[in-house]
Ligand binder design. Sequence first.
Ligand code: MIG
Length: 834
Amino acid sequence: MNDDELFAEPARRAGRLRGVKLEQRAFEATFDGARLRVEAVAAGIGRLRLAESAFAPQRSWDALQPLAPEPSAASAERAGGARLDVGGMRLELADDGRLEVIGPDGDAWLAQTEAAAWGRPRLGALGIRLREGDELPAGRDGVLARLSLRLDPQDRLWGFGQRTGGLDKRGRRLTNWAADPFGIGHHRGSDNLYQALPVFLAVKPGRAFGAFLHVSHLSRFDAGYSDPDLLSVEALGGEIDLFLFAGPTPAEVLEQLTRLTGRPMLPPAWALGFHQSRWGYDRPERLLEVVDGFRERHLPLDAVHLDIDYMRGYRSFTWDPQRFPDPAGFCDAVHRRGARVVTIIDPGVKDDPGAGYRVADEALERGLMLRNGDASPFRGYVWPDRALLPDFARAEVRAWWGDLHRDSLLEAGVDGVWNDMNEPTVFDAPFASGHARDRPIPLGLEHGDAEERATHLEVRNLYGALEGRATFEALERHRPESRPWVLTRSAGVGSQRTCATWMGDNNSWWEHLALSVPQLLGMGLSGSPHAGVDIGGFFENGQPELFARWMELGAFYPFMRNHTALGTRPQEPWAFGAEVEAVARQALELRYRLLPYLVTLAHEASERGAPLMRPLGYEYPNVDAVLDQDDVFLLGPWLLVAPALRPRQRWRSVVLPPGRWRDFWTGREVAGDAAGDARAALLPTLPGRPPLLLREGALLPLGEVRQSTASPPTELRLVVTAAARSRYRLVEDDGASPAAAPRHGAARPGDAGVAITTLALDAEPGRLVLELGARSGGFDPPPRTLTVELRLDRPPERVRLDGRDVQATWDRERSAAELGWADDGAGHRLELTL
Ligand code: MIG
């Protein structure tokens, strides 16, 4: 977009570089018309701020975590301009005032191409829906800053949060503005959805780096859209505040990003199980019938979700007295069936003061809701008709909102909370009118405490995040013995600390089944790994084969929930007949067998930001041939999943990353055929048996099939494939205690609620040694069998456990040598002669 299209006035430029001031871990440069600050924030993390004059104040609700700067992290030297080493990359300012990000080998990762520009943009150029007659707020809020940078032609651009399309977003323009595409749904051409996460990775063989635009105002990346070689960063609020992460691998970028913005929360055990939901389960009898339906058919289930139908006239924090006369009795009945209850909460509070609805009365009395310029409450139409919106940028409001959960939901026994409509979305008329259309909120609407007033333009992208945080903190406060679980539709950077998310309203389309892979990969790469999509599809009627394939794929989603819209055909796993039900059962059984692995992966996420679902290039960043594969993924380090994504698909081709791969189901090696510089294999997509490959050196912890996480496991199984050397750290926890989830840093052996076992595999021709370290930590798993299942080409000649000869059984169907013993938590050494 050229300047005349973008700006409503002649753009102002930074101008001539006037001088540079060096500090110990930073430098500041003054231009005729701009100010630049470059800072080494911590090892591998740099920050670049560019404004016309003063930098924006840090907000009390900001996502940034306090970081201890590493004293040796940086040095600024004078060489005409200035340079700052942040460890793993240098940030340089040339004499002519242009910025560069330089890798350790001297390559320019990003290079500024023209002077930064500022100006008030044309509203129509921003590409967002606006309230009729709305204008940009006055002052710096309404000023757009733009910085253009040259990209390496080889770089793939990953992340950018919640998006449609493929894994690599290069060639697109990406707007960061939370919005519900209601009535349109989302599709390949969609731009911004419910969540704004202005985060990306640039990846090419040999190195990756990352960036986070720390601007909550509306912003945009032109990622090679206007010019294939240019990335331009545009932000309202008048400032470019860009954090840069040196990598050099994708895993390190995620570690750096989440060190800065917060590590993902650790879900309670039940939340990693299966969730059944639908809009329209409107009575306790119906919900209990659904839970019983799972139990009778031996379909594992851990949670049911209550959509808006449970409320009294869509009033948040109420139960409909006719339909749900005894919420506690209902929750108890679900609990007795080994499942959990999740209730939806919408931020739109019904505007009916004086009608006995405590929430509205308090909100108005105490002035807790968003207000118009004339101090009257801001109103919009949502489910309860005319509604008020809480001002979540205020700590007082977050505490009040959080406390509302206690009497209404927590005391009844509700286990988790689901936040919807929190972009926030409001309409112009009651839904009953039949012509309600969504009505954007004025950009200048004020949020926040008097001492830190901010506009809607600044707060919107964090509104859902702040609601989620209020909810999470309330659960921590009022139920300190359990790990909170909150699901949210809108979210922002930092939400990963408190919330799981889903991708909103998809359709029962094969396209949306396929989309879920790059979409969830993008979420994990943006630091928000606990995500899922509505299995079976939300809008439109589910279809048998599509539903079966969706359950197969959904078994690998970090968050696995079946959900569908009001009025669509039934979508319980048994709704499509016996064949589909059988596939769904296999998928659910696989999910539950994977739980020990998912728990370990959730710990890896909470310790280092590692996503559970990973693109192949996350684990093999130097292998060009796998970087662009976005219809397959890895679950953690060990499992490659190549799902069926098309109707009547009988085969799946997959590019194999280097090393040896074994079919999970048969144990046989999948050699593949040479395909260019890589190898590719063709795998059968048998119903209920998604193509699944084990990496060499896999140390994959599995459990047995359970109907719910409420029943204690009785087996831990380690599936192992040979490799010269492999290491893994199995983390188990009690599934409930918050102590198992340190907010920052790795789970340590001393942590309550955690058990850690180190696994070490070493092999040489003819010999394989597996060492299990003694279990450490405060959590003692219930009595169980420990089984080791080694996937080998043929039965081993000799097996010794702790120096004594033992017998292993040989299972031909899985090509596996297997032996087990009562798990005593002690260290063991298994030696095989092959
Ligand atoms: O205007 O609560 O995305 O999951 O079922 C629709 C009803 C409101 C949108 C959510 C969807 C939920 C639905 N909600």
